[in-house]
Design a protein around this ligand. Structure first.
Ligand SMILES: NC(=O)c1ccc[n+]([C@@H]2O[C@H](COP(=O)([O-])OP(=O)(O)OC[C@H]3O[C@@H](n4cnc5c(N)ncnc54)[C@H](OP(=O)(O)O)[C@@H]3O)[C@@H](O)[C@H]2O)c1
Length: 299
């Protein structure tokens, strides 16, 4: 490992494993910290500059061990459904703060904390509020932390567009969240991973927030139609009130792999678009890929 090692919490996840690859491309060594290091070994076993260690962000000792000697840290840990002691507060606020505080204590020079567009400590949605509180807690513990707020992300193994595409192929009548008016700006997961690697590479660290939204803003209905068009489908899209989705998601969350969750429904009720006054891909000299471009590559 070289002296520019970056510890990636969540480095086995959908975004995290891309972050690992992009960090390597930029010459960093990487230490993947997750509860299942075997996944890291399976993904990156042949690269001697990538190590996988077992770490749980709820545990002070394992966070400290994973950070020892690191130049930078990325927190790309997620929690989409609360279960038992795994709560949004615990993961997105307390443990996010733990990683930031331990990083500061260990003299780590760079911290990129992954949050999400729309994070807001005053939101009525528990999930969105906890993401907002988490950002504040991270900055309080590590003043120069970089906050990365992706829009909803897509890529070959995503849980959003790929799922939508599969469902559009199967269902002749497609139920939309509400009237399909929510505005979305999907970002390609590889572009977000590159943004994180470039943000860590900057020579000076300042408390900067990057909002990573893709090249086009769609209404949810427009996005579904664009995805259907790429697959030569002509689905009938029908509006379903959000109240009905909340009830459905409440039941779905009892399943081991819920097809829809209440926080997904809440997220679909508010626009998810980067604000023009925030820094984003442009400042990192990244031209983000469009949904259509990536779907064409995937087909
Ligand atoms: N996906 C999107 O569209 C999207 C959009 C906006 C923002 N984001 C944000 O981007 C970040 C990454 O999301 P993702 O979709 O890539 O998540 P993901 O695929 O679910 O991956 C989550 C990662 O977190 C690790 N993890 C979970 N609990 C942990 C714990 N207690 N200790 C240590 N590691 C733990 C998991 O590994 P183990 O299970 O092995 O521990 C896994 O590597 C999250 O902050 C998410 O909210 C995602």
């Amino acid at each position: 490992m070289n002296d520019r090692t970056v510890t990636v919490f969540g480095g086995t996840g959908f975004l995290g494993r891309r972050v690992v690859r992009h960090l390597r491309k930029h010459g960093f060594s990487v230490q993947i910290a997750s509860r299942h290091p075997d996944r890291g070994h399976r993904l990156f076993g042949l690269d001697p500059q990538i190590q996988s260690v077992e770490a749980n962000i709820h545990d002070e000792r394992s966070v400290a061990d994973a950070l020892a000697g690191a130049f930078g840290v990325v927190n790309a840990v997620s929690l989409y459904v609360e279960h038992g002691q795994e709560t949004f507060h615990c993961v997105h606020v307390e443990s996010a703060e733990r990683v930031a505080a331990q990083a500061h204590r260990a003299g780590v020079e760079r911290l990129a904390h992954v949050s999400g567009i729309g994070s807001d400590a005053a939101s009525p949605s528990l999930y969105i509020r906890k993401r907002g509180e988490g950002e504040l807690a991270v900055r309080a513990a590590f003043a120069d932390a970089t906050l990365i707020r992706p829009a909803v992300m897509f890529g070959p193994d995503d849980a959003f567009l790929t799922t939508n595409l599969k469902l559009l192929r199967r269902l002749p009548i497609y139920p939309m969240f509400g009237r399909g008016l929510t505005r979305l700006q999907p970002a390609y997961v590889e572009d977000v991973a590159e943004a994180i690697a470039r943000a860590l590479q900057r020579t000076k660290m300042h408390a900067i927030t990057f909002e990573c939204g893709g090249p086009r803003v769609y209404s949810y209905e427009e996005l579904l139609r664009a995805v259907a068009h790429e697959a030569s489908l002509k689905p009938m899209l029908i509006p379903i009130p959000f109240a009905a989705w909340h009830v459905l998601a409440w039941f779905a969350e009892m399943l081991p792999n819920p097809p829809v969750t209440r926080n997904q429904v809440e997220l679909m009720q508010v626009d998810n678009v980067s604000s023009p006054e925030m820094r984003g891909f442009g400042q990192l000299e990244i031209s983000p890929h469009s949904v259509e471009e990536i779907l064409q590559q995937m087909s």
